[in-house]
Design a protein around this ligand. Structure first.
Ligand SMILES: [Zn+2]
Ligand SMILES: [Zn+2]
Length: 372
């Protein structure tokens, strides 16, 4: 075996033993196989650099770098194997006798919608189906356009105005009712699917004004996929018990991270000790208390989420009704609908191995959530 082959083989063993931790896209820590120290492997200009002697003095692609490359490959393979694909729902059987022997039978039109009708060759009945949008006066495209506009930052009043230009005469209250109805439906459906997040998570807090009162949103995000795992609203920043956030995150993902990155806030470490710490060193989550540094690539990820939450808050302000559209609804948009430029225009859920097919992700989700 050549030395290069040996290093590859050793790298593979390290990856299989999970003797490495991901701190960010550009930073890994790999446990030394011969001593008790950890090596830092850092990516600059698309090239990995390790601080082990092999790499520093002999300039070779060391086993630690091989370990990272191998581990990335394993992760991709696991996601591919466990991939969840959500397909658009098409009408394929009779509403009455469930026969598959159906054919298209004209289009039913009213003022705002056009729905495909079918006729059954077995029971001879005709029917129309508009899965998820039954009894709605407006068509799925218009309704989902309204949702897209709203979650992209338009106020409810502006959304209603835009729809009027498209010939849909609706009030902002109607738009609000649609958003409320459909996000609830989609969330119930999506809650049953476990996202395959990575193993380095970040928590951060951002202050927002909710109905005139200053509140803190504590949010948990997966570093690799940008999947927004959980969040909770607190009255204050200092002294808040963050344990609920960590519990919720474990429940959503059915796992816990290998690395937990936060700022210096004491609440996180208290919660960490109770929810992520284990007696056995092998299973223990590492808590990195990160100090905010300007220009730090990693904090920018959280900053972006904070910006998204604040933008949303401006739009929510106009709502008088007590139960306004909540952060959970915006979380749905962030995770499942909005493409992320840093993820090569994938959504965080796609990065987590969950693909929503069809031209309109909203419609696909609503159909699947309504399917009996
Ligand atoms: Zn190395
Ligand atoms: Zn039939």
């Amino acid at each position: 075996m050549t030395q290069e082959k040996q290093r590859q083989e050793k790298g593979k063993q390290i990856a299989l033993k999970s003797d490495l931790i991901r701190i960010s896209d550009y930073h890994y820590q790999v446990h030394s196989q011969t001593t008790n120290r950890d090596y830092h492997v850092i990516k600059t200009d698309e090239v990995w650099h390790c601080d082990c002697p092999d790499h520093r003095f002999r300039k070779v692609c060391c086993k630690h770098i091989h370990a990272i490359e191998f581990s990335l490959k394993i992760r991709e393979e696991v996601r591919e194997r466990n991939k969840v694909t959500i397909e658009p729902v098409s009408v394929d059987s009779c509403r009455f006798c469930h026969s598959k022997n159906i054919k298209k039978y004209g289009i039913r039109r009213n003022k705002h919608t056009a729905i495909q009708r079918f006729s059954c060759s077995d029971c001879h009945k005709t029917f129309s189906m508009n899965i998820g949008f039954e009894k709605m006066k407006h068509n799925p495209k218009g309704i989902t356009t309204a949702m897209q506009l709203y979650f992209s930052g338009e106020s409810l009043r502006n959304v209603a105005k835009s729809l009027r230009l498209l010939g849909m005469d609706v009030t902002h209250q109607t738009v609000y009712n649609w958003i409320n109805k459909y996000t609830k439906l989609m969330n119930q459906y999506l809650d049953k699917i476990t996202p395959q997040v990575g193993d380095a998570w970040r928590a951060d807090e951002v202050y927002v004004k909710i109905r005139g009162e200053l509140k803190y949103v504590f949010a948990m995000m997966d570093d690799e996929t940008r999947f927004w795992i959980a969040q909770e609203v607190a009255d204050r920043k200092e002294g808040h018990d963050a344990r609920g956030l960590l519990q919720k995150s474990k429940q959503v993902t059915q796992t816990k991270p290998k690395v937990f990155i936060t700022d210096g806030l004491g609440s996180y470490h208290e919660a960490y000790k109770k929810e992520f710490w284990t007696l056995k060193r092998r299973n223990r989550t590492l808590h990195i208390r990160h100090i905010h540094l300007q220009g730090d690539m990693n904090n920018n990820k959280m900053e972006r989420l904070n910006g998204e939450i604040r933008d949303r808050e401006k739009v929510m302000r106009g709502i008088k009704k007590k139960d306004s559209v909540t952060l959970t609804d915006y979380q749905l948009f962030h995770n499942y609908i909005r493409p992320h430029s840093a993820l090569g225009n994938m959504t965080p859920s796609e990065k987590c191995g969950m693909e929503i097919k069809g031209d309109n992700k909203w419609i696909t989700l609503i159909q699947n959530a309504s399917k009996k």
